[in-house]
Design a protein around this ligand. Structure first.
Ligand code: GDU
Length: 262
């Protein structure tokens, strides 16, 4: 059996990816994690669409220009890509860079999911924590953007769909004999969803009331971004399968499970 090392394997994305690799039964999975942001049994997420900044054209493709990120975190993502790109040129290393859009939801078992430390920064954990009563209300950061309802637009991708892309990406890079050893794939649904639509999807899917109000814009927020994932579809055979409402329901089931433990 092939050995695979998964770094950050206790994290939100990492843990779901580990599950899919184990299920496949082709790999001996070794997990490395420094637990730096973990709440003893699970930790936060990373993703890389910050490399696109506020895009000029939508949906963004892998060829859309990257911009200088506003945050040091975003810069680490862009720099990592550059370092890997250089390493590929000077070695036999093969690299696939997966650009995640906004990963949300939890595993269908309800046993793993996203568990931010302290007050959540990301939308969906904030929604679920508000619905369960840990937060008074959700504040929607700005409703005066030039979008259909004034709130920001994102491309929310189900965590297990995202995890499966890692398997497909590995199979692709192992099996193929390409001229280039550096590949980038966008992983999103191709559908832009406003913050208000995300909130409504949560309410509809879970039948939970959710108290929310509009607040000021959050500094540095991208106004609108969603993916063109044609490349992943064509080359990896990858397709997102899960509806926004199912994503929200899974996040809610996870939240209930987490709180029932404590
Ligand atoms: O309490 C909240 C939380 C979020 N939002 C809004 O919901 C949308 C999504 O926000 P998230 O924080 O969930 O996700 P972002 O896309 O803004 O950003 C995060 O996810 C990105 C990729 O998904 C990058 O990793 C980035 O660094 C990270 O901050 C934004 O319009 C944000 O303003 C609210 O209105 N209220």
């Amino acid at each position: 059996m092939k050995k695979i090392l998964i770094t950050g394997g206790l994290g939100y994305i990492g843990s779901h990816t580990v599950v899919e690799f184990i299920k496949k039964d082709l790999y001996d999975v070794i997990v490395v994690d420094n637990n730096s942001t973990s709440e003893t049994w699970i930790k936060q997420q990373i993703e890389t669409i910050t490399v696109y900044g506020n895009p000029q054209h939508l949906p963004v493709t892998e060829n859309s220009p990257t911009s200088i990120p506003e945050s040091p975190y975003g810069m680490t993502k862009l720099m990592s890509e550059h370092i890997l790109q250089d390493a590929v040129k000077s070695s036999s290393l093969k690299v696939v860079s997966l650009r995640y859009f906004n990963p949300v939801g939890a595993h269908e078992s309800g046993l793993i999911g996203e568990l931010p430390i302290g007050v959540p920064y990301y939308l969906v954990p904030f929604i679920t924590q508000t619905a369960i009563g840990l937060r008074d209300k959700l504040v929607i950061h700005g409703n005066d953007y030039p979008t259909r309802d004034g709130t920001c637009i994102r491309d929310y991708i189900y965590i297990t769909d995202l995890a499966l892309a890692h398997l497909q990406a590995l199979e692709f890079i192992e099996m193929s004999n390409h001229d280039t050893h550096w590949h980038i794939f966008n992983l999103g649904t191709g559908v832009g969803v406003t913050v208000l639509e995300a909130v409504q999807a949560f309410i509809k899917a879970t039948k939970q009331p959710l108290k929310f109000e509009y607040g000021p814009r959050r500094p540095g927020d991208t106004i609108e971004i969603y993916a063109n994932f044609d490349k992943a579809k064509k080359i990896l055979g990858w397709m997102p399968k899960t509806s926004l409402e199912s994503m929200m329901l899974s996040a809610w089931n996870w939240e209930k499970y987490v709180r029932s433990r404590s």
